[in-house]
Design a binder for this molecule. Structure first.
Ligand code: PLP
Length: 388
């Protein structure tokens, strides 16, 4: 996988990320980009704004720098960063019109699902929930001329089910609908959804792209700067959803190491999935890298270099035992979120509440970059019920 930035050279995503595209600040020759915090910009004497910057709500060079890196990593025509993954996701839906029909997956980020079934429906979107892993179900849900967007998340929270991006894109496009992929957990290291036919990619950049659990941010990348994209951009300016420059800087810094972090997390998650399969306290391991996982064949086709850092386990003795095991860990941190350098464990059903497809005996694991032997030893101890 290589990316054209200069027609005479190609760099891999790892190289592009490490140097944040290799840009050097012209004024200072600094190899780290400056943070632009101004909220307003000087108008030229002849009344023009030739810098392209007018006011901070739409315009910020540090934000543009982060966007250039994300666009290059996704092979996108353009990217946009916003104040959170949720603001990026809702920005896409709110760029549609009341009355539009949208198809969304059964298994997806729970807060977005709740918003879609609540506020978005009240606002006028007609939201249809289907198993997007089943292409026949997606086909049956399409209403040509009315369906404007198919939303997928792959691998999806918290069961790590896979959706065939190319399969969904072919069905959606035939009916005149666009496809957005929440690719937060795959990251551009493992999957580049636009290459599989998606129109827009979303990242909760809070997760792997930043990777240090210290920035809330969202990103969108688009295959083309069409009318939908321009509506999203206009809404971002009008509603004030742009990411702050300090956060944009931290995101750029985080992205420099994200390929290495993702590769380490993938290797550890695979090792943990294998070691936990057959563990006496574990009824099932949900990880797309395992040959028995229902999405394994799609994952092999669609993901390169690994199957992600996220996995879930179902605890044999049920919900109480799962919560008790999470209470006993010492190295894993009992917290929500994912994609950071530190490993996190979460009893997910407690978070998602009613309507969630998450089984009550499930513990979600976000593998960080610690030594996988230490991670396994801590989990093993916690699952077996020993305190030290
Ligand atoms: N998408 C996925 C897959 C997520 O896990 C999350 C948050 O956990 C989001 C979107 C929303 O991102 P944020 O918390 O930055 O709003």
């Amino acid at each position: 996988m290589t990316i054209d930035r200069n027609p005479t050279r190609t760099w891999t995503p790892r190289t592009l990320a490490a140097q944040a595209l290799g840009r050097v600040d012209e004024a200072s020759r600094a190899i780290v980009p400056p943070v632009h915090i101004a909220t307003t910009y000087l108008r030229d004497p002849d009344n023009q704004y030739r810098s392209g910057n007018i006011y901070g709500r739409p315009d910020n060079e540090t934000v543009r720098e982060a966007e250039a890196v994300i666009a290059a990593l996704e092979g996108a025509a353009a990217a946009m960063v916003l104040g959170s993954g949720m603001s990026a996701a809702t920005a896409v839906f709110l760029a549609l019109a009341p009355g539009d029909h949208v198809v969304v997956p059964q298994t997806m980020y729970w807060w977005l699902r709740n918003w879609l079934l609540g506020d978005a429906t009240r606002w006028g979107l007609r939201v249809e929930v289907v198993d997007t892993g089943d292409l026949d179900a997606v086909r049956a849900a399409m209403r040509p001329g009315e369906t404007k967007l198919v939303w997928i998340e792959t691998p999806s929270n918290p069961l790590w089910s896979l959706t065939d991006i190319a399969g969904v894109a072919a069905i959606a496009h035939a009916a005149g609908a666009a496809v957005t992929v929440d690719s937060t957990c795959a990251t551009p290291m493992l999957t580049r959804p636009l290459e599989h036919g998606a129109d827009i990619v979303l990242h909760a950049a809070t997760k792997y792209l930043n990777g240090h659990s210290d920035v809330i941010a969202g990103a969108l990348a688009t295959a083309r700067t069409d009318q939908l994209w321009e509506r999203i951009r206009r809404n971002r300016s009008t509603l004030g959803q742009i990411l702050g420059p300090l956060e944009a800087y931290l995101l750029i810094r985080g992205m420099r190491t994200f390929p290495l972090r993702v590769m380490a997390a993938c290797a550890s998650a695979m090792a943990l999935a294998e070691r936990l399969s057959g563990h006496p306290a574990v009824a099932e391991v949900l990880y797309p890298g395992l040959p028995g996982h229902p999405g394994h064949a799609i994952a092999r086709r669609q993901m390169q270099g690994g199957f992600g850092g996220m996995l879930s386990i179902r605890v044999r003795d049920g919900e109480g035992a799962a919560i008790a095991a999470a209470a006993r860990v010492e190295l894993w941190k009992r917290a929500t979120s994912l994609g950071g350098v530190e490993s996190l464990i979460e009893h997910r059903a407690s978070m998602e509440g009613e309507g969630s497809p998450c089984p009550p005996d499930l513990l979600r694991l976000s593998t960080g970059i610690e030594d996988p032997d230490d991670l396994f030893a801590d989990l093993d101890r916690a699952l077996r019920g020993a305190n030290s």
